[in-house]
Design a protein around this ligand. Sequence first.
Ligand code: FEO
Length: 178
Amino acid sequence: MIKDKVLKALNKQINEEVYSAYLYASMRAYFEKLNLKGFANWLRIQVQEELFHARKFENYIYERGGEVEFYEIKEPTKSWKNPVDAFEAVYKHECHITECINKLAEIAEKEGDRSARMFLDWFVNEQVEEEANADEILQKLHMVKDAPGGIYWIDKDLGQRAINPMIIADITGATTAQ
Ligand code: FEO
């Protein structure tokens, strides 16, 4: 049986992941307004990634016989000064999520919950990728420094991002997310 402290922390993380989706959906709207469709595409897919993360936590709680709880989602930021400012916010947010996952792992360890600790390893690794992806885009933006040609090139590049097949399978129910 899952301990209360671990369950509460897992439920709190669902809220963090759904808020991440909400934040990136808001940022997508900002880039759609700027007509930067590639940035908007990257964020549209990121929204799906975050909802996938939230479902992964949900599925795990169900598997452990716990009760899933949904809390209020705070209002996300709606505008940014420029693309650099927006991706600085993405990078900062992902660093915050990494901290949340690390704290969660500490709670699982303290409570002696080996299963939850092992489950969280997937997220520990995922956060390395999440931070690296955001940082890569941010570094490119710093490199081109708002030059329209450079922004156009990054936008084209981000337009290539495709949804992870694992997420499509999860949405369509073709497989259960592990
Ligand atoms: Fe769910 Fe972007 O971390």
